[in-house]
Design a protein around this ligand. Structure first.
Ligand code: ADP
Ligand code: ZN
Ligand code: ZN
Length: 792
């Protein structure tokens, strides 16, 4: 028997299957999806079994043997093995990089390990013990955890290597437990409390944690008595870390669905019951009860004996969100987000893999949750850019969701108050089935926003960041003991020339896109067509010389607010939320102390739901319009709609104020009136005219090299290859400098390919990838191919 493996060496050179002989002793053990150890060159490396065959094309004397197997159960299911191949293909990526994205970091290739632990929940730890001394002999041993403790000192001495599972990240918490020795309890009848405690211990099939007994009112002294009398013995127990172990979840009950919710629910539920892999778009305004629909769908999946994946953007993974899922589904829920340590992530992954968790709630990468029987996949806030990974492999979670749903025959639900234009366009063509939720289930109305024109403020002599209107509104809330959320939009804030007097930002004459300020040569550049002009410190619109390139930071704004209002303020930005748990702490203080003002960046726009927030202010509603990105209008509209949805969610009515220099811009006026469909129509006209997604697909080629000359040469070559090989209906833009021209001392140039249908394109991309892999090895010049880029 032979195994075709992908080796854990991240180099494109080895991006193919290698055959190894499966030694006889392991033929019944090794399965597809196992991690194995194989000799590779002078070393032994970790590898992943992708398929198993009776024969190999490699000559008998050349084929080497697998040294050992690393896992009890394969870490990749057959489905995930197939998925990794499809993704590698679609995104032009090495297999290994996809596989290692699918798996938790804790399972990644490490140096040789000899001892392994199957962390079953019982107090017994099971080891697969193997040593080179016995030459790759695989042995399974059940050890008492006490013995594990004895082995610990030898670990790392080189005699015994601790397994990744323990060593790298997941030093398991070991806690004291106790188990019954099952003696006749009769002699204990005159010590009722001890008798009772022993019952509790025996009623649990597994050993019981001392801490749990204590929580139930049985003291340690009492347990010691039982131990002395020989009824129980103490032992060490391995306890999985639960990041939510000290959290108390508020009860949350199933609501009776409204008519709109019912229509959506019924249709999706049918697909779920009939095992159809249909995609649905749930377009519902903020607070319209989308999450309630998700929760009830997940309940159906669970009732049908199937699992559920729920994706939310990282920033929406608020304690409130997690609470709703934990409250409904309890320990069935695994929560996966980036703030977890590698070990904690691994624990959650294990819960899913072993079938102990049935629902996963998490950010992008949890789309790879190793469930074996998925009943539904939900992507909330589907328009969020974080669903596309910005590093390699640059996969989009929705793409992965579609592949997984085809395999599991389950529906995918995309939910949003402001769907991406791509998804809405698909729903208009009935590729996706769309349902609308147009009102909030309670009495509350979505608050209407009000626009304040900041150039008027300037003219009237107010050059501060607070308009008089917003200042008065905040003061009003302070007086009434209500709360305000203030958004300072940080994206698109720095790299533009902006007129302080009229808000004018220089635009490209050819492309309708803001010019980016490039400091090193004092120029303004268009990244779409390479148009360039020199910076003049005079506004082209109003002639004012009051032009600047920088925005105001959150810290500065906080100081200003303190001066004006003299109240407690919570600031949330990258600086104040770095520490683990800081995010939660700040929010919980905001609520419990009724802090008057929460000031934050984009991270406060989502998921917050506090009854006492009655005012939302956006200090600079328009800065994102200046991004050199054809999606700038869309992102502005989405952000403003989201943040406006934070106000007046409960009994108290809400008010929203957008400060802007562009009071007429449709992305702002239509966000003000919460009019998605009109925004969609307007924006689609622009996309059609300018030939962007969803009318065209995009592929972005980015070349980076030390010398500009090399970048130009390479991009010119790529340009030529494309012109020679794609049809005339394609549009090729560039070469032009990338929006960020230099990263880590490398220059970057890009080409954008826009196409409608190019069946042969895959071959062109593969060939380019191959060619530039070789060039990279010789010169260090690299080519990145981004399929369906989020940012251009
Ligand atoms: P969304 O996900 O669209 O923002 P949610 O599901 O969070 O909306 O619902 C907003 C609020 O309305 C929540 O407090 C939720 O419990 C409540 N809610 C949702 N559906 C119903 C319903 N059918 N009846 C009563 N309350 C509901
Ligand atoms: Zn001006
Ligand atoms: Zn241009």
């Amino acid at each position: 028997m032979f195994a075709a493996v992908i080796v854990g060496v991240n180099s494109k050179d080895v991006n193919r299957l290698f055959d190894y002989k499966i030694p006889d002793r392991l033929t019944d053990v090794i399965k597809v999806g196992h991690r194995v150890f194989v000799p590779f060159g002078p070393r032994h490396v970790q590898a992943y079994v992708m398929s198993i065959h009776d024969d190999t094309g490699v000559p008998e004397d050349k084929v080497k043997e697998i040294v050992k197997v690393m896992d009890v159960e394969p870490v990749l299911t057959d489905e995930l093995v197939e998925l990794s191949k499809k993704l590698a293909n679609y995104y032009i990526e090495p297999y290994i990089s996809v596989i290692e994205t699918i798996l938790p970091v804790a399972l990644k290739t490490k140096s040789k390990k000899v001892l392994m632990l199957d962390d079953s929940a019982s107090g017994e730890a099971k080891f697969i013990y193997e040593s080179y001394a016995v030459n790759g002999e695989l042995e399974t041993k059940s050890l008492h955890t006490r013995d594990l403790a004895k082995l610990m000192p030898y670990i790392d001495t080189g005699e015994i290597y601790e397994d990744i599972l323990i060593k790298q990240h997941t030093r398991k918490k070991i806690q004291k437990g106790v188990r019954s020795l099952y003696l006749n309890k009769a002699p204990l009848e005159r010590a009722p409390k001890q008798y009772e405690a022993l019952h509790v211990i025996e009623d649990s099939n597994e050993p019981v944690l001392l801490a749990d007994l204590k929580a139930q009112g049985y003291s340690e002294a009492l347990v010691r008595e039982l131990e002395k009398k020989g009824y129980v013995e103490k032992l060490d127990m391995i306890v999985e870390r639960d990041p939510y172990e000290s959290a108390v979840f508020e009860a949350d009950y199933e609501k009776e669905l409204t008519g709109e919710q019912t229509a959506a629910f019924n249709s999706i539920n049918n697909a779920l019951n009939n095992r159809e892999d249909e995609t649905f778009l749930l377009h519902g305004i903020t607070g319209s009860g989308k999450t309630e629909v998700y929760l009830q769908l997940i309940q159906t999946a669970l009732n049908n004996g199937r699992d559920a994946i729920m994706l939310v953007p990282e920033i929406a993974l608020t304690p409130q969100m997690v609470n709703r899922f934990k409250a409904r589904f309890g320990d069935d829920v695994a929560v996966l987000h980036s703030a977890l340590s590698h070990g904690e992530k691994y624990d959650e992954w294990r819960k899913i893999q072993s079938g102990r968790a049935r629902v996963s709630v998490g950010a992008r990468s949890s789309i790879f949750a190793p469930f074996k029987n998925i009943g539904i996949i939900i992507i909330d806030e589907e328009h969020e850019t974080t669903y596309k990974q910005s590093e390699r492999p640059m996969y989009h979670a929705a793409e992965v969701a579609k592949l997984r749903s085809e395999y599991h025959h389950c529906p995918v639900v995309l939910g949003s108050a402001t769907p991406s234009l791509e998804s809405y366009a698909r729903s208009s063509k009935e590729v996706y089935k769309r349902f609308e939720l147009t009102h909030r289930p309670g009495m509350q109305q979505v608050p209407k926003a009000e626009i304040v024109d900041m150039s008027d403020e300037h003219k009237d002599g107010n050059s501060g960041i607070l308009s008089r209107r917003l200042e008065a509104a905040i003061q009003d809330r302070i007086d009434r003991g209500e709360q305000t959320v203030l958004l300072l939009n940080r994206r698109g804030f720095a790299n533009f020339q902006i007129c302080q007097n009229c808000g004018h930002v220089p635009q490209c004459p050819n492309c309708d896109i803001s010019l980016t300020y490039h400091k090193n040569n004092s120029s303004l550049l268009c990244h779409y067509c390479s148009y360039e002009e020199q910076v003049t410190r005079k506004c082209a619109d109003c002639g004012s010389t009051d032009v600047t390139f920088r925005g105001t930071g959150t810290q500065k704004v906080e100081e200003i607010l303190r001066d004006v209002f003299n109240v407690d303020i919570i600031r949330m930005d990258v600086d104040t939320t770095q520490r683990k748990g800081a995010h939660e702490q700040l929010l919980s203080r905001f609520e419990s102390d009724n802090v008057p003002i929460l000031l934050g960046t984009q991270m406060i726009a989502k998921g917050l739901d506090y009854p006492n927030v009655t005012l939302v202010g956006v200090l600079n509603a328009d800065t994102m319009l200046n991004l050199p990105d054809f999606r700038a209008n869309e992102r502005t509209f989405q952000l403003l709609t989201q943040v406006a949805g934070r106000a007046g969610r409960h009994e108290l009515p809400g008010e929203v104020i957008f400060q802007t220099y562009n009071p007429e811009h449709y992305a702002i006026t239509l966000a003000m009136t919460n009019n998605y469909t009109e925004f969609y129509d307007r924006e689609m006209q622009f996309r059609k005219f300018a030939r962007y997604s969803p009318y065209y697909f995009h592929i972005l080629f980015t070349v980076s090299a030390e010398r500009i000359h090399d970048c130009l040469e390479a991009t010119t070559d790529i340009h030529k290859t494309l012109v020679d090989n794609v049809s005339e209906s394609c549009i090729i833009i560039g070469p032009s400098p990338s929006p960020i021209e230099r990263i880590k001392n490398k220059n970057r140039f890009q080409i954008l390919l826009k196409y409608k249908r190019e069946p042969e394109l895959k071959h062109v991309l593969d060939a380019l990838d191959e060619k530039y892999t070789q060039i990279y090895k010789k010169t260090g010049l690299s080519l990145k191919i981004d399929v369906d880029p989020q940012y251009i």
